[in-house]
Design a protein around this ligand. Structure first.
Ligand code: KG4
Ligand code: ZN
Length: 305
């Protein structure tokens, strides 16, 4: 059961926080009811209630947290808090039964870009992160200036397939050997300046070539850092997660590591935000007895560690 708000936010070019939380409130009871029905179970069959409590838009998180607390209290079931990024990483366990920690995971979404050492199912260490924009945010902004609309990632991915990725070289930032941080604002500004320049000179341009060149630059940085971090940690398994993990160029680039590193990624439906990944992370937190009480609150910023 998936209830998506993408169509509602599309006309504003991005997520409007106030609308997001109001829409969550409108649909949450129906979504829970549908999910229980689809799974062919009753609420009594459930062992615990897991909910995303951090990080994210606080209004939207609060709708989930309040609902989960009400369910846990009324059903007398344990309450489990899930970190959104842990959820994204755990999406990999849903379909890959052979995947076990330790491994290094790249989480790239609209709000986050992290390289994380997954030491155990509930133990995570940040190896690198973005110093400015998240990768998905860069995709969304560049798509907007190219007039491709929201959400930008899938639009750029599709447009890039028709273009020449070597048409322009958008400069990447590296923070040196053994530093796995990212910066995407330079690449994004590079695209904007390039377009302004052409527009001022009244020169025509091919959107597909620019989309492909931008995507290549972002994908190269993401892959390079992920592979370097895995080598440094001495692990032979890498995974990707988050909305940007659906990107076809990123997947192809990482597939080149076959033979050297074992690559895992979730199906696209488990890459973008979904409740199955939260349930999966919730399962491991539950096994670890990481329970929350009725004082659980939504937290907008919280480290994954
Ligand atoms: O994980 P997600 O659904 O939500 C957040 O937690 O942010 O990620 C959404 C982000 C958006 O920025 C979207 O443009 C990007 O993931 N995205 C992609 C692709 N599909 C979604 N970026 C690049 N290529 C894609 N195919
Ligand atoms: Zn997400």
């Amino acid at each position: 059961m998936i209830s998506s708000q993408i169509k509602i936010h599309q006309k504003y070019g991005g997520v409007v926080p106030e609308i997001a939380s109001r829409k969550h409130l409108e649909v949450i009871s129906d979504v829970i009811e549908e999910a229980i029905k689809d799974a062919n179970i009753t609420l009594d069959d459930i062992d615990a209630i897991a909910v995303t409590y951090a990080p994210g838009l606080v209004g939207a998180l609060l709708v989930g947290v309040s609902t989960a607390k009400a369910l846990a209290l009324s059903l007398n079931k344990p309450l489990v808090g899930v970190h959104h990024i842990r959820g994204h990483i755990c999406a990999n366990f849903i379909e890959h039964k052979d995947l076990q920690p330790p491994f290094v995971c790249l989480v790239a979404s609209g709000g986050h870009s992290h390289i994380i050492l997954v030491e155990d199912y509930t133990k995570f260490k940040i190896l690198g992160q973005t110093r400015d924009d998240a990768a998905g945010e860069a995709f969304d902004k560049v798509a907007r200036v190219l007039g491709l609309g929201y959400p930008g990632g899938p639009k750029i991915d599709a447009e890039a397939k028709k273009g020449n990725a070597d048409f322009v070289s958008f400069k990447q930032v590296s923070f040196g050997k053994d530093n796995f941080d990212f910066s995407f604002s330079g690449i994004k500004t590079g695209v904007i300046n390039y377009l302004h320049n052409l527009e001022q000179k009244n020169e025509p341009y091919n959107i597909s070539d620019i989309a492909a060149s931008f995507q290549k630059s972002v994908v190269e940085v993401l892959s390079k850092n992920l592979i370097a971090a895995a080598k440094k940690m001495g692990v032979d398994k890498i995974a990707i997660a988050g909305g940007v993990a659906s990107n076809s160029a990123l997947r192809s680039e990482l597939e080149l590591q076959k033979g050297k590193l074992k690559l895992y990624y979730p199906s696209p439906v488990y890459c973008t935000d979904n409740a199955a990944m939260i349930a999966c992370s919730g399962y491991y937190e539950y096994q670890n007895k990481n329970f929350k009480d009725m004082t659980l609150n939504a937290i907008p910023y919280l480290s994954v560690e």
